[in-house]
Each structure stands twice: as C-alpha cells, then as structure tokens.
Design a protein. Structure first.
Length: 178
C-alpha cells in the first residue's frame, strides 16, 4: 500500500504533466491562430488558447495547494469550453510551406483533435489513479473539457472539409426526397 506521501508525489507528478500539456496546448493554438487566415477559424483557435491558460491556472492552483497543505484546492472551472506530456501537443501548427491556408488549417485541426484525444485519455487515466475525491473531480473535469475541445475541432474540420456533417450530425438529409 502506498503512503499518503507517495500518493501526493504521484498527484503532483500528474499535475506537472498536466501543466506541461496545457502550456503546449496554449503554444499550439496560439500558433494555429497565427497561421489561420479564416477569421472564424482564427477566433476558435484563440478561444482554445484561452481555455488552455485557464486550465493551466487551475492545475497550478491544485499543485500549489497540494505542496503547501497536502490537500486539493476547491477550484471550479470558470468560463465555457467550446508518459503523454511531450507527445500530446505538437510544437507548432505547421510551417508556412506554401500550402493553401485551408490546408494549413485542416492540418492544425487534425493535429489538435489528436492532441485533445490524447489529453482526454491522459486525464481519465489520472482520474482513475488518484484516490482523493477532489483530485478525481479535477481530472474528470479536465477530461470533459478536452472532450469539448475535440468536438469543437472536429466540427470545424467537418465544416472546412465539407464532409456534410457538423457536430457529428448530417447538415442535410436526402430522406423523404423523391
């Protein structure tokens, strides 16, 4: 059985990895916004970058509380969210390689979707390993936020790629047309 000290160490290690993920997420979405010519896409990436800053502050608050008091801080996520640490977010959204703006944005969306999926998996794994109810709630809420980010990115990807879907729903139906 682990001592509370080793559980605290595990929680802090998890928080440190989460902090790294959120920093990378901020950098990725900031760069994606810079490379996106479409105003709607740029605004979405900027919003996601702001969400990552909010997540970073939340994780940092928990880490500081655990270090000082040994307890999880009661923090609620505010605002609305429309071994993985180094692999979750790519370093940049992609170089300016002469690709069409839409192609750059689609690639950034694909990479962001994978990163959000990986983040979600990481936070759900931490949730299952933490015994403290406040800690479990923390990682559960973060996983839910990452899922919302994934769905938002997927909807934008579907829109730009003209897949016929928006938020996993067909944009039109041919049923009933004879």
């Amino acid at each position: 059985m682990k001592s509370s000290k080793s559980q605290e160490f595990d929680a802090i290690q998890g928080l440190l990895l989460g902090i790294d993920i959120e920093k990378r997420g901020y950098n990725f979405y900031t760069e994606a916004a810079r490379l996106t010519d479409d105003p709607r896409g740029r605004a979405m990436f900027q919003r996601l970058a702001q969400d990552e800053v909010r997540h970073l502050a939340w994780l940092t608050g928990h880490k500081e509380s655990l270090e000082k008091t040994g307890n999880w801080k009661d923090i609620e996520l505010t605002g609305e969210a429309l071994s993985l640490g180094g692999r979750v977010f790519p370093k940049t959204a992609g170089p300016r390689s002469g690709a069409k703006p839409k192609t750059r944005e689609l690639e950034a969306l694909r990479r962001g979707m994978q990163a959000e999926k990986d983040s979600m998996t990481f936070y759900r794994e931490l949730e299952s390993k933490i015994t403290d109810p406040s800690g479990r709630t923390t990682f559960h809420a973060l996983a839910d936020e990452e899922e919302k980010h994934y769905l938002l990115l997927q909807a934008e990807h579907d829109y730009l790629s003209q897949s016929g879907f928006y938020f996993n729903m067909p944009e039109f139906s041919l049923e009933g047309l004879d």
